[in-house]
Design a protein around this ligand. Structure first.
Ligand SMILES: [Zn+2]
Length: 344
């Protein structure tokens, strides 16, 4: 079923320029925005982002780190981490990336939208309290979850992170917090080499971090099966009031960084699946936030698949789930590890 869908886009996200050869190049978003302009999907609600406030950024990051990000404005080109350069207007894009997510959340909570897609950069899921890394500066999703708790008193927030990399920032920020259930599938042999099966949360948050290392060459159907079986169970059991998605598309087979094997259709299936399961619980709002995806062409086609699913009327064609040996092994393993925690 189609849902009222908001889009966050802004040309100021192109002002973060990490260098001609850097994979997290403005051309990524340019390709996505071009796709939006040429395919002009009907009925999208445009959400104009505003920069976040200092108070918002401090929901996750330390004042000294925020100052360090601001200082990059004094230089034409500098670096926040060896893989995360900054240009003189990077701070603006980073501030606006957080602000775009928060504005999207406000639009979801007010009921203006049922789902939103924040097409922003720089990405965020690797950003730590005190440190940039993995092309990420501020933890857009982490700040959004903390904002949802603080402003709207949400007590059960689900973050699904389907980027091919482990969102170590999100993992760490909510490791002891059961108000945020973080579930990530990732290639553990890629940056940042964290997120093993036994990283399951701590203290009050034990069992509320679900890490699923996947084979780099996982096939579309196996990947979908993993989400269909394991993630749907978690959603039903946790009954989230808000669903956040770390929507990275670097598991696509054309991606030069992820070097994985998925095709764009998988992201359509996943979006349909989340919309379906949403109707089994209390119709929580859904906010998808762009993370990785480094082939501009593949990124634009993956985003198009997600949008097509959000705007789709009728019955979608599910893939056959026969012969998904790899997916079945992953589902068994994650269930075996997590059955003791009582989250599902
Ligand atoms: Zn990634």
């Amino acid at each position: 079923m189609a849902v009222r869908t908001g889009i966050v886009r802004d040309d100021r996200y192109l002002e973060h320029k990490p260098g001609h050869m850097h994979p997290e190049h403005p051309n990524r978003l340019k390709a996505v925005y071009r796709m939006l302009d040429s395919s002009s999907p009907l009925g999208l609600i445009e959400i104009e982002p505003e920069p976040a406030t200092l108070e918002h950024i401090e929901l996750v990051h330390s004042p000294s780190y925020i100052k360090k990000v601001l200082k990059t404005a004094d230089h034409g080109f500098t670096s926040l981490a060896p893989d995360t350069p900054a240009s003189s207007r990077t701070y603006l894009s980073a501030w606006l990336a957080v602000g775009g997510c928060l504005k999207a959340l406000d639009n979801l909570v007010s009921g203006r939208c049922e789902a939103c897609l924040s097409l922003i950069r720089p990405p965020g899921h690797h950003a730590l309290r005190d440190r940039a890394g993995g092309f990420c500066i501020f933890n857009n999703l982490g700040i959004t979850a903390r904002y949802a708790i603080k402003k709207y008193d949400f007590q059960r927030i689900l973050i699904i992170d389907w980027d091919i990399h482990h969102g170590n920032g999100l993992n760490d920020i909510f490791y002891e917090d059961k108000r945020v259930l973080y579930i990530s599938s990732h290639d553990i042999m890629s940056y940042p080499y964290t997120g093993d099966w036994n990283e399951t949360g701590k203290g009050e948050g034990e069992g509320y971090t679900i890490n699923i290392p996947i084979p780099r060459a996982i096939k579309d159907k196996d990947f979908f099966y993993l989400y269909h079986e394991a993630v749907c169970d978690v959603i039903r059991a946790y009954n989230p009031q808000l669903v956040l998605v770390g929507a990275g598309f670097d598991a696509h087979h054309e991606d030069p960084v992820g070097r994985s094997k998925l095709s764009e259709q998988t992201f359509r299936w996943l979006t349909h699946m989340i919309l379906d399961i949403r109707t089994d619980i209390d119709h929580p709002p859904i906010l998808l936030v762009l993370e990785g995806g480094y082939s501009p062409r593949a990124l634009a086609s993956c985003v198009k698949e997600v949008l097509d699913a959000l705007k789709f009327e009728g019955t979608w064609e599910r893939p056959s789930l026969k012969g998904v040996k790899q997916g079945d092994e992953l589902v068994r393993k994650v269930r075996r590890i997590h059955e003791n925690y009582g989250v599902w």
